[in-house]
Design a protein around this ligand. Structure first.
Ligand SMILES: O=C1O[C@H](COP(=O)(O)O)[C@@H](O)[C@H](O)[C@H]1O
Length: 227
């Protein structure tokens, strides 16, 4: 595990350079690179800057870690928000979890099939070269929120998850996929998330959904905003 503690003023610039470094390592090794990106606000300024870099973008295939059950042009769409500042500016392949031709449930089925076709597999579970995660102040990861049904999903690789605390449905990669990635980067900003991080590593055995990633994954690189 690596932990990068970065002052607020430098956070985005350092995250860009760490991500760029990972991407360069990957493009030197492989011609087809699969990366799953989280949504939310934290990655947006970082991805906007990263898009300006001269990388072998055509080698990269970007997938989503999670999505809100909304259309792509909705302000809440993770894919839509990343598309405007990143996917539209690089020559990579990118894949939305929501396909407007289909219902949300059909889109999920399509996405599962897509992952099985486009991503390397280990025992029928996709193995991403890199998964970039965020975390909520409630310790949620992807759209695996505390006390929601998708936390116990062991067979499916993508599911719809009802999140009563947000009164909304989400679409999310499941633990078997999150735990199978070759490399994992986790970007967190803010005091509350830092406290969650500390509780998970100091006390262990918390009910934060991220705890399972902390307990079961070795290749994690944390990018944490320092006080
Ligand atoms: O809802 C979500 O939240 C987390 C964290 O987002 P942030 O805005 O606090 O950075 C994110 O990782 C997840 O993909 C997203 O759907």
């Amino acid at each position: 595990m690596e932990i990068h503690k970065i002052p607020k003023s430098d956070y985005d610039a350092v995250a860009v350079s760490l991500l760029k470094h990972q991407f360069i390592k990957l493009q030197q090794k492989k011609n087809k690179i699969t990366v799953a990106l989280s949504g939310g606000n934290t990655p947006l300024p970082i991805l906007a800057e990263l898009a300006k870099e001269n990388l072998s973008w055509e080698k990269f295939h970007f997938f989503m870690v999670d999505e809100r059950c909304v259309s792509i042009d909705d302000a809440q769409s993770n894919f839509g928000n990343i598309k405007k500042i990143f996917f539209d500016n690089v020559s990579s392949s990118c894949y939305s979890m929501v396909d407007e031709k289909f219902t949300f449930d059909e889109s999920i089925k399509e996405y599962e099939d897509l992952l099985l076709k486009e991503v390397e597999l280990d025992k029928e579970v996709p193995v991403f070269d890199l998964i970039v995660l965020g975390m909520g102040e409630d310790g949620h990861v992807a759209s695996l929120f505390p006390e929601t049904i998708a936390l116990s999903e062991q067979k499916r690789i993508v599911v719809r998850n009802n999140v009563p605390q947000l009164n909304m449905d989400r679409i999310t990669l499941t633990y078997p996929v999150l735990l199978n990635a070759k490399e994992t980067m986790i970007m967190i900003k803010g005091k509350k998330k830092r406290q969650v991080f500390e509780q998970m590593y100091k006390n262990g055995k918390t009910n934060f959904p991220m705890q399972r990633i902390v307990d079961q994954k070795r290749n994690i690189s944390w990018i944490i905003e320092r006080e």
